[in-house]
Each structure stands twice: as C-alpha cells, then as structure tokens.
Ligand binder design. Structure first.
Ligand code: G3H
Ligand code: 13P
Ligand code: ZN
Length: 312
C-alpha cells in the first residue's frame, strides 16, 4: 500500500476501539525495526519525524527510508507525519516534501494565536491533500530541545475544544491529560494516573473525532535496568502504565506517540553489547541486536497497548 493519510486509519481505529502507533524515526535501523514488526503483525503505522530528526538525518534521507519501508512492506498502510511542527514554514516544507500528515504545535501560543496558526496550516495542507494534527494544552517534559516543567504544563481545557476544532478545521487533536515527554514522567513513589475524566469530557464534546496522546512511552524497566547495569545512569525513570494507555485506546484516542521507549531499547541493547564485547567495533554487530529489540518492543506495543495488530 502506498503512503496514505490517517483519515481512514483513524475512522477504523475509533470504531474498532484501538489506536494506531506513532513511532519517531531517526535512522534506518529504527525504521526497519518498527515496520518489520508492523508487517508481521499486520498493523497500520504512523512514522513520525521531528524537527530534530530532520536536522539530524536530513529530510530527504528520512523520506527515502520511509519509501524503502513501503516497498518492503506493501501490505500495511503507512503515514509519514511531521511531529511537533513548530511553525508554518516547517509544515509547508514537509507538505511540499512528501509527508501525508503534519502536526502544527501551537500549544505554547495563546488560544487565539494557536487557532490562527493552526488554521493557516490546515488551509495549506488540505489544499495539498495532507491532514493536520493540532494541540491544545501543554505537556511536561522535553521536546525538540524545549523543556516544559511540570508546574508550567497544563491539562487541556475541555470547554475550548469545540471552538478550536471548528475554527481551525484540524483533522485530529493532541490533548494533555497527564502524559509527558521523555523518560522521567512521574516522581518515584507517586502513582501515575491519566485524567480519564478530561478525556471523556472532550470525547463527549467531539463525538467521532480522533484524539492524540503524546508522551506515551511506558519506560520499560527491563531497559532502564539494562542501561543502569551497563554503565548508564538513569535513576527514577518512570513512564505511563500500559493498562492506562490500552484504556485510552479503547476510547476516542486513535493515535499514541511513542519515542522514548525505542531510545531506551536501542541504548540499553548497545550498552550491554559493548559491556559484554569490549573488543568489538563493527557497528553492524551492535546495531543488529538493537534493531531486533526495537522490533520486539514495537510488536509488544501493537498487541498489548495499541490493539492494532491484524487491523492493516
Ligand atoms: O516529542 C518529541 C519526540 O520525542 C521527538 O524528540 O525532538 O528529540 O526528536 P526529538
Ligand atoms: P515519549 O517521550 O513518551 O516517547 O513521547 C513521544 C512523543 O510524544 C513524540 O511526539
Ligand atoms: Zn510529542
């Protein structure tokens, strides 16, 4: 299947009570690990690229890697999405450059400015057959070098969502209900709890409308331990409990963003490899098990968190 927009994917996910995984891609091994798992599990997938990924790997390389994955995995629908588009120009560059979906992240602006910016991106995107994700509310954590402290984060205000969606024309909406970016989402000892009351209120106000969750890594403790036992130092890294994400996927959440978990799997695997084989220096030897572990982690997410296996 060629590159698609998320319109059909989200409709099926909403009706089917599951979510599509949106995984961040930065290099070939990550693209391969994700798409091989999705191919074997017959799952639709969103491959997303941040501003930082474009700066690191180059727009053309990333697009071509995704095109290669589509040739290798013709059975599954793939969306190429811009993650956290910071401004109109970046969104335009991705729309012109082959993406089928973009996020304009106006969440740091005022409500009025967020509407104006998002509307401008929607008008350009829709005229080019591309869909748009907007955001209301602010997540804590780090994204594209911008750090938002827990005090400065704020839940989405349900009373704003109808006006935002109506005035902007966005195709999906990212909301803040307690998830956050990065590997340190909650203080050790606290009980992680997403605000399902806010999600349900938003869903009631926007019936049938696809909701997106950012910052949804679960920070698998086996990889945190692997990192810490092999020279790393990541004390107190805690993520979102998987059962809460599964619950959200059964409601109006149609897209769940996962990046940090892939990074932990890759870093843990490589650290362990180097610790066990200090004499090795061929990148293929340590990237191969890293790619394999990303694949198994994604398979686990598809089946146990997203519920989108067999839905391609
Ligand atoms: O939310 C941000 C994503 O995890 C992408 O991270 O900006 O470091 O590429 P990045
Ligand atoms: P995590 O840091 O929880 O993986 O979130 C990723 C994300 O939201 C990308 O936009
Ligand atoms: Zn995000």
């Amino acid at each position: 299947m060629a590159l698609v927009t998320s319109t059909e994917m989200f409709k099926k996910a909403y009706e089917g009570g599951y979510a599509v995984g949106a995984f961040n891609v930065n290099n070939m091994e990550i693209v391969q690990g994700i798409t091989e798992a999705c191919k074997e599990e017959k799952a639709p997938v969103i491959l997303q690229v941040s501003k930082g990924a474009r700066a690191y790997a180059n727009h053309t390389y990333l697009v071509k890697l995704v095109e290669a994955a589509i040739i290798e995995c013709p059975e599954i629908p793939v969306v190429l999405h811009l993650d956290h588009g910071p401004d109109f120009e970046t969104c335009k560059s991705c729309i012109d450059g082959g993406f089928t979906s973009v996020m304009i992240d106006g969440s740091s602006h005022s409500f009025k400015e967020n509407i104006e910016l998002t509307k401008k991106v929607v008008e350009y995107a829709h005229a080019h057959g591309v869909v748009v994700e907007g955001e209301l509310g602010t997540l804590a954590g780090i994204e594209d070098e911008v750090q938002v402290s827990a005090e400065d984060s704020s839940y989405t205000r349900p009373e704003e969502v109808e006006e935002f969606v109506e005035k902007t024309g966005v195709d999906s909406l990212a909301i803040a209900i307690g998830t956050s970016h990065g590997a340190y989402k909650f203080k050790p000892g606290t009980k992680p709890q997403l605000r399902f009351d806010i999600l349900e209120d938003i869903s009631r106000r926007l019936p049938g409308f696809p909701i997106v969750l950012h910052g949804s890594s679960s920070v698998p403790q086996n990889y945190v331990t692997m990192i810490n036992e092999n020279g790393g130092k990541m004390p107190g890294a805690i993520g979102i409990p998987e059962d809460q994400l599964r619950q959200a996927a059964g409601l109006s959440v149609c897209k769940i963003n996962i990046d940090s978990d892939l990074r932990l799997a890759m870093t843990g695997t490589i650290r362990k490899f180097f610790n066990e084989h200090p004499d090795k220096f061929d990148p293929r030897e340590y990237l191969k098990p890293a790619r394999a572990n990303i694949k198994e982690l994604v398979r686990h997410k598809l089946i146990n968190v997203l519920g989108c296996n067999g839905k391609a």
